[in-house]
Design a protein around this ligand. Structure first.
Ligand SMILES: [Zn+2]
Ligand SMILES: [Zn+2]
Length: 331
């Protein structure tokens, strides 16, 4: 690529990033931000009367939107777009995964159902399976990112946010972005391959229509409030099933009693099953970040830090292994 081509590519990618703000399929689109605000406004008005509206004041403060931590969010969002557009594994597509998995399923002897089910029930079943598998796999990968130290090194970038704004959802290391992209390819590929094998001729892209409805409702009703300074609880009954903004904010808290809780995205049942569930509250006051130098790091610092900490960990491991070999009675 010559210099002029790089310029065109850069302008193109940056304008695509800006257009995300108006794209209703993107979580940070202005439509979802406004609808989330309207949702919070209605809920607080209903719960606390006129006084409740004052709780949203923080959302209109420039101190929040121009906080150094929020500025790093914007920087990571734009830089990640540029990096991922260059290195995304374009060769691996859902179609490629579907073809490979269908071959594997045929080898295992999976064949079409002898009786054809009505189209609507196949669509319903596919949407339900897709929603559950997608949500569970997001929970699972997030849980692993907290459990495995080399994955945590990358996920820490998201947790280093000292203030939460809707753009904090995009504050991720590109390695985490790639892992979640791979997860989504696998989930989509596996389900489409399974359904094409069992219900041939009844599977189309329209099938995930039901899932889009769930995602849409989730985005309207507060997905953007998960990363915001306003704690909103759904009440204990709903929080047993759905993760509220207040519950995700607990996940970001630096307090020891909140460590490793509420990994879920939409459903909270996975957190209950894995015994990492905590209720949220409208009254909670939390401090966010990792309490390390990473919280103040620039965009470049955020990119480099995971590799540095993995290198340090690897060095320590080698040193410990050498020491224990020297201490061994057989040495
Ligand atoms: Zn996390
Ligand atoms: Zn988060």
């Amino acid at each position: 690529m010559i210099m002029a081509d790089y310029g065109v590519w850069l302008i193109n990618e940056l304008s695509l990033a800006a257009s995300d703000l108006l794209n209703p399929s993107k979580r940070v689109s202005i439509w979802y931000l406004v609808s989330a605000l309207f949702f919070a406004f209605t809920l607080f008005l209903f719960r606390y009367g006129k006084k409740g509206i004052g709780r949203l004041k923080m959302l209109f403060s420039w101190r929040l939107w121009w906080h150094p931590s929020a500025r790093v969010d914007y920087g990571l969002w734009l830089c990640n777009r540029l990096i991922l557009s260059l290195v995304f594994p374009k060769v691996i597509t859902t179609l490629g995964i579907v073809t490979w998995l269908m071959y594997q399923l045929r080898e295992l002897g999976l064949s079409p159902l002898p009786v054809a089910l009505p189209d609507w029930s196949v669509v319903g079943l596919f949407s339900l399976c897709y929603f559950l598998l997608d949500d569970f796999s997001r929970f699972g990968l997030h849980w692993l990112m907290h459990r495995w130290s080399w994955l945590w090194a990358f996920h820490r970038v998201h947790h280093s946010a000292e203030v939460l704004t809707p753009f904090t959802v995009l504050r991720t290391h590109p390695v985490e972005g790639l892992l979640f992209y791979g997860r989504s390819l696998l989930v989509q590929g596996a389900l489409v391959a399974l359904f094409v094998s069992v219900f041939p001729g009844q599977v189309s892209l329209l099938m995930i229509g039901g899932v889009f409805v769930v995602t849409y409702v989730f985005n309207v009703c507060g997905a953007n409030l998960r990363h915001s300074p306003v704690p909103i609880s759904y009440g204990k009954t709903i929080e047993r099933w759905l993760i509220s903004p207040a519950q995700h904010q607990l996940h970001h808290s630096v307090a020891v009693e909140h460590y490793d809780c509420n990994f879920g995205v939409v459903l909270s049942i996975w957190d209950r099953w894995f015994r990492c569930f905590q209720f949220g509250s409208d009254q909670q006051t939390l401090r966010y970040g990792t309490l390390s130098a990473l919280d103040q790091a620039s965009v470049i610092g955020q990119y480099v830090s995971p590799f540095q900490s993995i290198k340090i960990r690897a060095k320590k491991k080698t040193a410990t292994a050498t020491e224990s070999r020297q201490d061994s009675p057989l040495a």
